[in-house]
Design a protein around this ligand. Structure first.
Ligand code: PBG
Length: 337
């Protein structure tokens, strides 16, 4: 039956010549013309491994995430492999007595991070990409990403010398990719030289190139028991700076970074898009702890639809140009697929 409009507005309207809505008519059609989608292979799961615990310990500000024992970290990685997750990145949480002003436990072959790397590598081999966060803040007594000068600032070149040792110890423990996150100048070139010198020419560097001094890292500090007083504004980037982020990223590539990363994610899509468009290496994005916590908390209250929100966020990272995504949702999201 034909419906005839009686609306004077419709009668006088000029009919659209182009109707984009035609391609939104059915789910099948929408799927067909979808420009961007994420896949589980692009997701990287951060895993915290804590020394001195016998059971996984829940992290209050990251509901659903745990500090793991080596055994439970291995089991979690196996689960990630089975779910098709692309990679894991390991963060070590040492016992209090193993922290010092240099963070020297970080480059011990027996530190908790290296133990976990070795155990995971033995268990899953090359079925998942094994990454290590290469930094010192979890291991220093003061919580900064390197040793301090007498004035209390982080000593750039001393920190870089420590990172070289950390990276080599992680490569020895089986990391395929080391990911320096300390934002010290010259860290990528120094780590590349140290890895090569030690015979690890094939271990790649993922540079946290555009890492901003962000309040979104709050829950992470709980997760790693970091007792930072003050902030990291003298080494991480100012959230207001877009051009500087490209400069930092270009420097890291010139220093030999194989892949680069933008961090945090959601509030920095413009940076991600710039890097993806202009620079020649794979680019990742890190959806950080605060981003996870906000979504988890709102979903717990029933205020948002968790699955749709996370899907939308992951899609937006890919749309902005990310090749891979570090996210605490990695395993959860992989299981939706
Ligand atoms: C530093 C590091 C941090 C994160 C990853 N590596 C914390 C910081 O820079 O303060 C944050 C990750 C997150 O918030 O999920 N080693």
């Amino acid at each position: 039956m034909e419906t005839v409009s009686t609306s004077p507005i419709l009668d006088s309207a000029v009919k659209p010549y182009v109707r984009p809505r035609r391609l939104r008519a059915t789910p099948a059609l929408r799927e067909l013309v979808r420009e961007n989608r994420w896949s589980t292979r692009q997701l990287v799961l951060p895993i915290f491994v804590r020394e001195g615990i016998s059971e996984p310990a829940p992290i209050a500000s990251l509901p659903g995430q745990f500090q793991h024992t080596v055994t439970s970290a291995v089991a979690l990685t196996r689960e990630a492999v089975d779910a098709g997750v692309g990679g894991v990145i390991i963060f070590g949480v040492p016992a209090e007595e193993n922290k010092d002003e240099f963070g020297s436990n970080a480059w011990s072959a027996d530190c908790i991070a290296n133990k976990a790397l070795r155990a995971i590598r033995d268990e899953v081999g090359e079925r998942i990409v094994l990454m290590a966060d290469t930094c010192l803040d979890e291991f220093t007594s003061h919580g900064h990403c390197g040793p301090l000068t007498p004035q209390g600032d982080v000593d750039n070149d001393a920190a870089v010398a420590c990172y070289q040792k950390v990276a080599v110890s992680q490569a020895e423990a089986g990391a395929q990719i080391v990911a320096p996150s300390g934002m010290m100048d010259g860290q990528v070139a120094a780590i590349r030289a140290a890895l090569d010198e030690a015979g690890f020419d094939d271990v790649a560097i993922l540079a946290y190139s555009a890492k901003f001094a962000s309040a979104f890292y709050g829950p992470f500090r709980d997760a790693v028991g970091c007792e930072l007083s003050g902030d990291r504004k003298s080494y991480q980037e100012d959230p207001a700076n877009r051009r500087e982020a490209l400069h930092e990223t270009e420097l890291d590539i010139a220093e030999g970074a194989d892949m680069v990363m933008v961090k945090p994610g959601s509030s920095y899509l413009d940076i991600l898009s710039d890097v993806a468009e202009i620079l020649p290496v794979p680019v990742g994005v890190y959806q950080v702890s605060g981003e996870y916590a906000m979504v988890a908390a709102a979903a717990e209250r029933g205020w948002i639809d968790l699955e749709r929100i996370v899907d939308e966020q992951l899609t937006s990272f890919v749309r902005a140009g990310a090749d891979f995504i570090l996210t605490y949702w990695a395993l959860t999201a992989a299981k939706w697929c």
